[in-house]
Write a protein that binds this ligand. Structure first.
Ligand code: NAD
Length: 278
């Protein structure tokens, strides 16, 4: 398949690697040539590492290298069978993008969003054909994490859900079909991991490093603060805000002032060089 990816940031790059190594062609779009050059370098570095580790053959590497195209013009996505959006977690920006995409891609192309929290129903409402719209929620790092939530909106066609499930399996992933509920499945559960940890720090009951090492000693791969730094402190806060709003400001999902301060200060985690644990 030919897969379009809009947004060449943390998630767009991981999704591109997953698609390329599964033999798909990829067209990646972002707002600037600089962003796309960085993304191509990042993707190719990861693929090279996979060859060094013996996880990818030299042939597959060459095919992946040739299969990746980048463009700032959305028109480059015209022949894609599926476009996966991975831009900022903002409804207005995603609406603008999907409105444009619908006029560019073919009538059978699937339009998918990697949104972490925004309802599929609200994202699809700007489309003249919402039946081809679906949530395809990869986890970070997208080329490594097996889980993919396939989110069925109220107007998503069952055949589009089936195609996405098969597509995810073809990437070596474990797809789970999720209902269109705020935060879907994983992010709803995970909100407590992040929010309660920040409340504990703000109360002075434990430090960031104490919480992270405690959770790791319990068997979690990463503590909540290390994980927020990997995700992007800004992206994670946007997800919390979106989920809180969708639950009509339910107090247990209230965003943290501590996280807002980190975002205001530009401490956005790994991608910014500063954050809770960096
Ligand atoms: P990011 O900030 O790392 O990257 C976003 C990219 O999109 C940037 O390169 C930006 O220049 C580009 N962009 C913005 N507007 C655009 C447009 N109109 N057209 C093309 N490109 C545009 O963000 P991210 O962490 O990759 O998150 C992207 C999406 O994936 C969000 O919806 C987020 O909620 C979701 N998500 C993130 C994670 C995570 O751990 N970071 C995990 C799962 C899902």
């Amino acid at each position: 398949m030919m897969i379009g990816i809009c947004g060449a940031g943390t998630m767009g790059r991981g999704i591109a690697i997953a698609c390329l190594t599964a033999g798909h062609g990829v067209v990646m779009c972002d707002l600037s040539d600089t962003a796309l050059t960085d993304a191509r370098t990042g993707v190719m570095d990861q693929l090279r590492k996979a060859v060094e580790k013996g996880k990818l053959s030299q042939d597959a590497f060459s095919k992946a290298e040739g299969g990746l195209t980048t463009s700032v013009a959305l028109d480059a996505l015209a022949s894609c069978d599926m476009v996966i959006e991975a831009i900022a977690e903002r409804l207005d920006l995603k609406h603008t993008l999907f409105t444009a995409l619908e006029t560019i891609v073919g009538p059978k192309a699937i339009l998918a969003s990697n949104t972490s929290s925004i309802s599929i129903a609200s994202l699809a409402r700007v489309l003249s054909d919402p039946s081809r719209f679906v949530g395809l929620h990869f986890f970070n790092p997208a080329h490594i994490m097996k889980l993919v939530e396939v989110i069925r909106g109220p107007r998503t066609s069952p055949s589009v859900v089936d195609t996405c499930v098969e597509f995810a399996k073809g990437l070596g992933k474990t797809p789970v079909v999720a209902a269109d509920a705020p935060g879907f499945i994983v992010n709803r559960i995970a909100r407590n991991y992040y929010n309660e940890s920040q409340r504990i720090v703000m109360e002075g009951a434990a430090s960031i490093s104490q919480i992270d090492s405690l959770m790791k000693s319990l068997g979690f791969r990463m503590g909540p603060f290390e994980l927020m730094d990997l995700i992007g402190v800004d992206v994670n806060l946007d997800v919390t805000k979106s989920q809180w709003a969708q639950f009509f400001n339910e107090p247990r999902f209230t965003p943290s002032l501590l996280q807002q301060q980190y975002v205001d200060a530009g401490l956005h985690g790994k991608k910014s060089g500063g954050g809770f644990t960096i």
